[in-house]
Design a protein around this ligand. Sequence first.
Ligand SMILES: [Zn+2]
Length: 220
Amino acid sequence: MTLEGTNTYLFGSDPCVVIDPGSDEPGHLEAIRGAAAERGGIGLVLLTHSHGDHTAGADQLDAEVVLPSGGEEHFALRALATPGHAEDHVCFLTETGVCFSGDLVLGLGSTIVPPGGNSLAAFMDSLALLQAEEIELIAPGHGPWISEPEAKLAEYVEHRQMRERRLLEALEAGERSRASLLATVWDDIPMELLPMAAMAMEAHLEKLEGEGRLPGDLEA
Ligand SMILES: [Zn+2]
């Protein structure tokens, strides 16, 4: 889900790997084929997760398509299981510290973590997993490259922790209506983004419930 398109990456050569082919628009696929031909062709198409904006063109590149599990290695790219934005999400790490982060960390804006399956807890674990790696550069699925990975990862963690802290404060103050919690904790969000914020809040409530920190008398 993006206004600016999905980043497609070519890694290595003779042959190269295509990471997240993105759109199935013919001009885009032609550009991938042309760039890949200069790198000795396509050996494999790797996907960070199964969302359509990353995968639509994948089966039109005449190469095997793989969405690996964490721990697998393909063409010197190590897959790390990083659920949260999507349950099947993985990041790819090169030996030189480049991380292809898909939608776990974005170059612009903030990643959506839809509620369901305790996704936010998984997302926080995924960020911690990346923080434990030596990463020099993050190449995200959307937006520009991130040249200060540590700062960006810390910002992602702190942003979620800030919402959680404020949510807990509002709950401790006795607030029980979802509308009021949203208005109190997401008070810096423009009107048109409130539906997204409501989704984010559900993911937070789910995480708190999983940790036994959510009051039982929350209103619908
Ligand atoms: Zn996605």
